[in-house]
Structure formats: structure tokens, C-alpha cells
Write a protein of this length. Structure first.
Length: 149
């Protein structure tokens, strides 16, 4: 994954051919043109959980129209950190009662959540440019690239 800085407070990542764009909200000095990195972090939890709910239903040939998830992040205003993430699964109207507990267990298998519970170690290194430094990876031209968030 390559990270670049196209201007302002925007930071973009190129991952497997997809551009992931971020910006800071206007009140924090950004342009508000894309989700913040932290918003994408929360979205990764929600979409991961949603994937597990969707696959649970698909593997049992259950209807998925009406299936939805809502993620709510409860924040501690003093520490400015999320202290609880609540995922509410809205089930289709004819969802079988016998699977209600099982779908909760399926959603609980989200790999993003598992990484939060058992976080990896982080290693940050700094390198200087070599004598003949290759140019950094270019940011996508906003006019020609497709945005993926």
C-alpha cells in the first residue's frame, strides 16, 4: 500500500489498484472532500461485520433484502476516544427465529474486530532518500481516477 499527499490535509492510499481518499473535516482545517481516516476505520468495522451477516444469510439461502447494520461509536469526550462500538443488525421481515443468535455469532467473527481485540505490533522506520531517489508514487489525478472509499 502506497500513501501520498495530494495537497491540503488530504492523504490518499493506493491499494491493489484502488485509490482510498481521505480528508479532514472543514472544522479541523481540511476540505471535507472525503471521509477522515478515522471514519474509514469505523467504516471498516461496519463493512466487515456486514460482510459476515451477509454471508451468513447467503450460505443459508435466506433473504437479504431488508438486512442492514448500523454502527454507533460511543465516545468519551474527555479522552476523545471511542469507548464502545455498537452494531445493530436489522433483520429481514421473515428472518427465521432459530438463526437470531447464530447471526450475532457470525457478525462477531469480523476480522477487523478481532484485530482490535488482539492488536498487531507496529513498527515505524524512517529512511532518507538515496543518492538517486526514485520519484514518490503519484497521487491519482482527480479528473481521471475513480474514487473508492
Amino acid at each position: 500500500m502506497d500513501i501520498c499527499f495530494p495537497g491540503g490535509l488530504r492523504v490518499e492510499a493506493l491499494h491493489q489498484g484502488f485509490w482510498i481518499r481521505t480528508d479532514q473535516p472543514v472544522p479541523q482545517g481540511g476540505g471535507g472532500k472525503a471521509p477522515s481516516p478515522f471514519d474509514l476505520f469505523l467504516a471498516s468495522i461496519g463493512t466487515c461485520a456486514g460482510f459476515y451477516a451477509l454471508r451468513f444469510c447467503q450460505q443459508r439461502s435466506l433473504r437479504t433484502d431488508g438486512l442492514a447494520l448500523t454502527l454507533t461509536a460511543e465516545r468519551d469526550p474527555e479522552r476523545k476516544k471511542v469507548v464502545r462500538v455498537r452494531l445493530e443488525v436489522s433483520l429481514p421481515i421473515d428472518f427465521p427465529e432459530k438463526y437470531r443468535t447464530a447471526i450475532v455469532h457470525a457478525v462477531d467473527q469480523c476480522s477487523v474486530k478481532k484485530h482490535l481485540l488482539h492488536p498487531p505490533s507496529f513498527e515505524i522506520t524512517v529512511t532518507g532518500p538515496p543518492v538517486e531517489a526514485p520519484p514518490p508514487p503519484p497521487c491519482a489525478d482527480s479528473a481521471t481516477a475513480t474514487a473508492h472509499a
